[in-house]
Write a protein that binds this ligand. Structure first.
Ligand SMILES: [Zn+2]
Length: 196
């Protein structure tokens, strides 16, 4: 399941988020894609009854930065290679709403709509700034560990307010459970990577 989705979406982390959306565990998911990836992503949405709303701007950033909301926006006509955000949901209104909140830089409502815990949304809104774009804490907890993102291995898609944030740990356990049921091998691989 995960490898098949990863072939379409470009990474195991994106595949995992899509799995959580397909299973109804997440209501809205946001991911970044380059132009060349869009046709197969659009096709996947059509075939699976998912609404994918595309941002009305592009973001210039590297893959790692996407997570941190860093990067700057340019118009779609800009010739530079930028990423489009796509907001996926089974609910068309929610997908549009997410794109609207992002456009308005309403981090709070966007975070809540993406299902992030309120404590972590507060943490993000208090601490995120142009100068401080990476809020990933050093984690000793595999569930909330963000430090293996570069290895395409992470359970959460938000910055936890602490590595022991109960709500983040609960979400991470739920996600791991879904992954385990869909792809036991991947779940075991993730546990191994996230522990070190
Ligand atoms: Zn929290």
């Amino acid at each position: 399941m995960i490898p098949r989705l990863a072939a379409i979406l470009g990474s195991k982390t994106k595949a995992q988020e899509m799995l959580l959306l397909l299973q109804g565990v997440k209501g809205v998911v946001r991911q970044g894609f380059y132009n060349t990836e869009l046709p197969r992503v659009d096709r996947f949405c059509r075939e699976n009854g998912i609404h994918g709303v595309r941002s009305t701007f592009k973001v210039l950033l590297s893959e790692g930065e996407l997570y941190s909301n860093k990067g700057f926006r340019v118009p779609l006509e800009d010739p530079r290679q930028g990423m489009y955000f796509i907001y996926f949901s089974n609910d068309e209104q929610k997908a549009y709403l997410a794109s609207y909140y992002e456009l308005m830089s309403n981090h709070r409502e966007l975070g809540l709509l993406l299902g992030y815990p309120p404590c972590c949304v507060d943490f993000f809104c208090r601490n995120f700034s142009e100068r401080n774009t990476n809020l990933g804490l050093l984690s000793t907890n595999p569930l909330t560990n963000l430090s293996k993102r570069d290895q395409d291995c992470v359970l959460l898609s938000h910055f936890p307010c602490s590595s022991e944030c109960p709500e983040s740990m609960r979400l991470a356990r739920t996600y791991l459970d879904v992954i385990q049921k869909a792809d036991r091998g991947r779940a075991e691989e993730m546990i191994k990577i996230l522990q070190c």
